[in-house]
Design a protein around this ligand. Structure first.
Ligand code: M6R
Length: 610
């Protein structure tokens, strides 16, 4: 959840570290810090607050060091205070460490170290690891051995980078469960928790695997397991460029990413959709085609927005492939003793590919003998690597904490998967051709909604001070109601609930009065009339209705307070369009409330802890 950066090369380290921290700030933003070597030991600056505040603290500080480490934090152990910010040091102050993850046995280790006379200045598990490594270093006089010994004794997860004043030209990085990617430039190395901090220096990277470490010096980079067995690495070329991780004139990453959706949706389908043949080509699934043909059931799993995408996928796959689908929260699946049959296919959906619960669900499903696939955005991420096969969504880096473009790209891939599985079964080529032809038109329809965003901004102004929102949808748009509510909660801090529209009368209707805005997703489909009845029930209780309706709808303008129109499409495909106004509504409400849209409180982009 935190951002880690390390540098060893020919540039001054401090600006590289601060720049990297700014790029990584979306991963955690409650405190930040850096450590660089000087002739008198380590220079450490850290504080609660943003990277900009750290930068202000360092204004005018000139340090010649060409190596160093930095961190931007999302608190797990210990409040966001100066003393809990990373880097943490050992007792001597000569070893500094930045850490992402959780050391689960930290209290046992801490108690032992206390017995040996060590004291602690912070409330963090990371400081315990630093002190532990320092104690072993004192004993062995060998930093690498100290690190390896400590890491083999800790339980939990870590992505770490270590700097020692005695070896200023060495960085030691290691991972278990928290990503570490190492960029190899021209005479320089950049270590980070994700590639966004690396891409402006080099595109050549490799990821550490679990229980692997890298010893980086000016002479080269050596990798080995923490049991001291040499390993080899697989170099990758980063697919995105700097432009993809800059705001490009938009006030927020979230808005930029919302506006990227016509393109990212297209990218997810590119080369995969064969409209003339009424078929789909998913190269990443070729190796598991026999298993997909044999499959009797799919289990889709993920968290948050990815779980909502899975719910939409359930409707699509059941409808087009007539294959039973279950959708499970990854956090529940991993601990639930799930019943899995050998012919089951488990599909993990994750933007980051690093979500701890989803990764654990992948491991659990593999352990139980299922074929496990991934629908992932980040190339080379843990879920992408640990699944048997999968499909990348190719949405490019998503920086806004609220997931938007990754969601519509996940939908694109799930629709392709539904067609692919359908064509393996009884979906006719003609049916698939019709759907494929309409999928190709979706980017321009998304664009149409974006071009009319100003109307949504006006509506947002009127409801920005509401305390609660209800989102209703039916059928394939029920998950979109959940997604709309999640977007509003996470960035506008307004309590919101998503419900299947017909369920409203079983309880939530009690909440409706003139102060309750109700967003109703009401495209012209087979359930339209039913949704109209639900709207009447809201009207009778004076709720404020914001309806998402098809262009040209003549009935809704008479019953809703506000109409947001979307173009017509096939009923099954409407989620790709209905979600766009809900993303914009949440965004404009959050902006109206003066909130930091890209860095909502208490959240971080990638949840790599349980
Ligand atoms: O990276 P993942 O897709 O696995 O992340 C899952 C959730 O943490 C994520 O979707 C989260 O709910 C977002 N903040 C939603 O906008």
């Amino acid at each position: 959840m935190c951002g880690i950066v390390g540098y060893l090369g020919h540039r001054r380290a401090l600006p590289v570290l601060l720049n990297g921290l700014k790029r990584l700030e979306y991963r955690g933003y409650d405190s930040a810090g850096i450590a660089v070597p000087t002739e008198d030991g380590l220079y450490i600056a850290k504080r609660a607050g943003t990277v900009a505040q750290l930068e202000a603290l360092l204004a005018g500080v000139e340090l010649p060091a060409t190596s160093g480490i930095g961190h931007t934090r999302w608190a797990t152990h210990g409040e966001p205070l100066d003393r809990n910010a990373h880097p943490h040091t050992d007792a001597s102050g000569r070893i500094a460490i930045v850490h992402n993850g959780i050391i689960e046995n930290y209290s046992t280790l801490k108690a032992k170290l206390r017995e040996d006379g060590y004291t602690f200045r912070s409330d963090t598990d990371t400081e315990v690891l630093a002190v532990f490594i320092g104690a072993l270093y004192e004993q062995y006089g060998d930093l690498e051995l100290a690190v390896r010994t400590a890491l083999s004794e800790v339980q939990g997860t870590f992505g770490i980078v270590i700097l020692c004043a005695d070896q200023p030209d060495t960085l030691i990085a290691a991972r278990r469960g928290s990503p570490i990617v190492i960029g190899i430039g021209d005479g320089e190395y950049i270590v980070a928790s994700d590639a966004t901090a690396i891409v402006e220096y080099t595109r050549s990277v490799f990821y550490l695997t679990d229980d692997e470490m890298a010893i980086i010096t000016r002479e080269g980079c050596q990798t080995k397991t923490i049991d001291d067995i040499p390993t080899s690495v697989q170099l990758l070329e980063l697919e995105f460029d700097l432009e993809r991780i800059e705001k490009g004139g938009f006030p927020h990453f979230m808005l930029k990413e919302i506006y990227e959706q016509p393109q990212t949706f297209l990218d997810a389908c590119r080369g995969r959709l064969l409209p003339h043949e009424g078929n789909v080509k998913l190269g990443g699934l070729r190796s598991v085609e026999p298993q997909l043909r044999r499959a009797r059931r799919l289990i889709l799993t993920g968290c948050g927005t990815s779980w909502h995408a899975a719910l939409v996928g359930e409707y699509w796959i059941e409808e087009l492939a007539r294959l039973p689908v279950e959708v499970e929260y990854a956090s529940e699946f991993r601990y639930r003793n799930p019943v899995l049959f050998p012919e089951d296919i488990v599909i993990a959906i994750s933007q980051s590919g690093e979500t701890a619960d989803t990764l654990a669900a992948v491991r659990e499903a593999k352990l139980r003998g299922a074929t496990v696939l991934g629908i992932v955005n980040v190339v080379g991420s843990s879920i992408a690597r640990e699944t048997h096969a999968g499909v990348y969504i190719h949405a490019g880096p998503e920086i806004g904490v609220a997931s938007t473009k990754a969601f519509t790209s996940q939908l694109a891939v799930l629709m392709l998967l539904a067609l692919y599985l359908g064509r393996m079964r009884h979906l006719s080529a003609a049916q698939a051709q019709d759907i494929a032809a309409e999928i190709r038109r979706l980017p321009e329809k998304i664009q149409y909604i974006l071009d009319h965003a100003e109307h949504i901004r006006q509506i947002a102004r009127q409801y920005a001070q509401a305390r609660n929102f209800l989102y209703l949808g039916r059928g394939v748009n029920f998950p979109i109601a959940l997604e709309g509510a999640l977007k509003l909660k996470e960035i506008a801090y307004i309590h919101a609930e998503g419900y299947p529209a017909a369920e409203m009368k079983h309880g939530p209707i009690a909440l409706i009065d003139e102060n309750m805005p109700v967003v109703v997703i009401a495209p012209r489909d087979e359930l339209y009339e039913k949704v109209l009845s639900n709207i009447e029930e809201i009207r009778a209780r004076h709720g404020q209705i914001i309806a998402i309706a098809n262009e040209g709808d003549t009935e809704l303008p008479h019953v809703a307070n506000h109409i947001i129109t979307i173009p017509h499409t096939l009923p099954l495909l409407t989620p790709v369009l209905t979600v766009i106004p809900l993303q914009l509504l949440a965004y404009f409400i959050a902006v109206e409330r003066g909130l930091n849209v890209d860095m909502p409180r208490n959240l971080a982009k990638s949840v790599t802890v349980e």
